[in-house]
Ligand binder design. Structure first.
Ligand SMILES: NC(=O)c1ccc[n+]([C@@H]2O[C@H](COP(=O)([O-])OP(=O)(O)OC[C@H]3O[C@@H](n4cnc5c(N)ncnc54)[C@H](OP(=O)(O)O)[C@@H]3O)[C@@H](O)[C@H]2O)c1
Length: 318
């Protein structure tokens, strides 16, 4: 029997690279892997790490590139969509581009062009679909995004759930963990905090914005579990899951966890209100999430924030 096919859309990004590595490291390599890139050809180090995978240029805005995937790779059994304009401020600056990329209409249309067997679409959404006015949002709470990024993500969720019959939408919180095999251009949260706290200078951190950051390898475990469930059971799913870690933390608490692990002086952590800074985009205050559904359905217990910090900084030291 031939291998099942997995396509990671946005395979060059932070999560995409980690996922490709996760799939490639499964013993026996049960999946044929392909991924898409956009702004520049995939770096050699990524191609070497995910050896045997196929890389395709795709623009979600125009839909260009999908035909070549059909011809060379064929219909995937699973597509994981990690492509997005994922920086809220960038979405605010160019809302049309954000919508064109974050609502994956060209990807869904391409999937609909295959007749017969179904593809599972695992789509990355965000905790920023929630308004941020209470703690521990549940999946059934009404989505009231406060910025363009959140609005495009809600629109994407609606687009997918109305047109697809086999999907899992993961509302991810801040993703943290080690750097990727080919370093991504954006700064990573734990590494950034480590860098500024190491200098011992006073740094401002918000005390009144709460998130449930998720360790990147937990997100990988979630995606691999959904993949395996579809491949082994063949039962279509229509899932929306909060994908967060078990701890509700402010940026102050995040910085304290980094300082505690490193043994830095915590007096350099200056608590300030998020309202004291103009970031060019509205940011929801408390979008901590209830992850009961994730734990019950996938039997996964995400890593505590303190342990995730330890794992991240230990991995970076290697
Ligand atoms: N990182 C977080 O903390 C976080 C938190 C919550 C939710 N999420 C969501 O999780 C997903 C993955 O996030 P991430 O941090 O891995 O994102 P990322 O590092 O910013 O990667 C974005 C990916 O999208 C691709 N892309 C950008 N424009 C494209 C276009 N027009 N057509 C096709 N591909 C395009 C990029 O390709 P090139 O690099 O080749 O241009 C890259 O592979 C996103 O949906 C994001 O919204 C992330």
């Amino acid at each position: 029997m031939s291998n099942k096919k997995v396509l990671v859309v946005g395979g060059t990004g932070y999560l995409g690279q980690h996922l490709l590595q996760g799939y490639a490291e499964i013993s026996g390599r049960p999946y044929d892997l392909a991924f898409t890139y956009h702004s520049s050809p995939p770096p050699r180090v990524l191609l070497d790490t995910i050896s045997g995978s196929l890389a395709f240029p795709v623009d979600l805005k125009s839909g260009s590139g999908f035909e070549a995937i059909s011809k060379i790779f064929g219909q995937p059994d699973v597509v994981v969509n990690c492509a997005a304009i994922s920086v809220p401020r960038a979405c605010e600056i160019d809302a049309d581009a954000a919508r064109a990329i974050n609502v994956p209409s060209s990807l869904v249309k391409w999937l609909q062009s295959f007749n017969g067997k179904s593809t599972l679409l695992i789509h990355l959404s965000t905790d920023q679909v929630y308004e941020g006015e209470k703690s521990f949002y549940k999946e059934d709470d009404v989505a009231v995004p406060v910025n363009v990024y959140g609005k495009t993500k809600v629109e994407a969720e609606k687009f997918i759930s109305e047109r697809c019959s086999n999907f899992a939408i993961l509302r991810s919180s801040i993703i943290y963990g080690p750097q990727t095999v080919s370093p991504v251009p954006k700064s990573l949260p734990i590494e950034w905090m480590d860098g500024v706290l190491a200098k011992g200078e006073k740094v401002n951190f918000f005390h009144d914005e709460f998130r449930c950051p998720i360790y990147v390898k937990d997100l990988m475990t979630i995606v691999l579990a959904l993949t395996s469930q579809w491949i082994t059971e063949g039962k279509q799913m229509q899932l929306v899951l909060n994908a967060g870690g078990p701890d509700r933390v402010s940026r102050v608490q995040m910085a304290e966890a980094v300082a505690e692990f490193r043994g830095y002086d915590t007096s350099s952590i200056q608590p300030v209100s998020a309202s004291s800074v103009d970031r060019g985009v509205r940011s929801p205050a408390d979008i901590s999430m209830d992850i009961t559904r994730l734990v019950q359905i996938l039997k996964i217990h995400p890593t505590s924030f303190k342990e995730g910090v330890r794992l991240t900084l230990t991995a970076e030291a290697k």
